[in-house]
Design a protein around this ligand. Sequence first.
Ligand code: HEC
Length: 436
Amino acid sequence: MKRAAFVIGVAVLVAGPALATEPDAITWSQIPTKDVTLFFPGETSYQWLRSAGHKNPLKGNVQGQRCISCHQGQEAALGNKLVQEGPLEPTPIADKNGVLNLAVQAAHDDEYLYFRFQWKTNMDREGRMHNMVRYDGTGWQWFGGHRAEDAVIDGAQPPIYEDRLAIMLDDGSVPGFAEQGCWLACHDSMRDMQEPPDAAAVRENFYLGAILNKKDVRKFLPLSRTDEEASWDTLKTPGEIAELKAAGQFLDLMQWRAARSNPVGMADDGYVLEYRLFDAGRKMFSWNIDKKTMTPKFMFDEAKVGFSALRVEDFTDSSKPTFIIEEQNATPYDPNAGFQEGDILPGRLLSAQTEGSAGDNDWAKGTWKDSMYTVVFRRKLDTGNPLDDKILEVGGVYTIGLSVHDDNVTTRFHQVSFPLTLGIGTKADIEAVTLK
Ligand code: HEC
């Protein structure tokens, strides 16, 4: 990915440039803002919604019942309740915010869809660290973790996990997504939910283990399973799944990641069908550590950044990078570089040299200031990759679900939206206005 020079001071709404617009150059102050209330969902899964635990159990597979036909305006009340200990939150996180207000703006031209998101963070620093390793005097050990991890709850490790913003999107191909949004993809069998199967059982599964090489369950669509309950292990055959995918019966899932994509100015690109998977090609992050030997692959290039490893106090020093980018500030790891106890290296390696569909979201920039994130993002309307992206059209109306992982959390410990409509140059809950 190569970033073109920024177009400065162009009043796009008045007289736009003929070339593709840099999202930064859009006059965002002139684009309407939709305030969306995201809320903490606890363990409200596809299965729970259809159980007696939900006072009005949803019937069958997909009945077209819209969450907001009964819950309009209840987001804040639901989030503030679900974030507390209870039947749907067995492991509450101390001081967790149940509600997150997300300001959403959208625009488009002939080539791109643009978004700008803003939200206040629960914490007074950026979540720009992820999978760090610390030198203990003899070797490298994982340092920190997300806030639902035992070692973090015990205080043995500090909370260290990246902030994220995710967009799930469908064009009407997935039955029920317009009505029930992200809840179609969320199941009791997933990590950190009610009944995750153990790793051995997943490995033995004819599909998740044998074909996908997985050891846990992540998001999936009920239409990829053979039973009405949408059990984790009843997958359709590889041939049937391939047919669903070719017919566009998947959700597009794009994530802006403060540690693993933002430093290279990108967002990741994935999809949800039989699992949450990345699009074909090479994405922007990989491991910077051999997990068997706990040996880093790269360290910081001292000649370029002035140090070969970080110290913990550097985490809040925005002049110092907390990420290693292969083509920018990295040099091969040298065990004799004189590491001291307490030196820290990123366990992830970034590169903007992506390949294929996995690199489609090639312009995303998040900045954090005064406890507020501003994330600007663009995505091609037609990525040219219909096998793992939704192809968008001017005049089209789509369904999106939004989520934010705020303050060192992962998996279900995010805040989410009910499904929203997105109109490209046409009226909807969120209207992407036409740039002229
Ligand atoms: C036909 C109406 C209806 C629909 C559709 C519906 N619900 Fe509910 N839901 C209810 C009722 C009634 C309650 C109980 C409210 C109460 O106890 O005050 C409830 C409760 C809840 C609760 C609160 C649980 C608790 O412990 O307080 C959540 C969360 C919830 N629903 C989520 C959803 C989601 C997500 C959807 C869409 C996938 C949905 N509901 C669709 C009627 C509905």
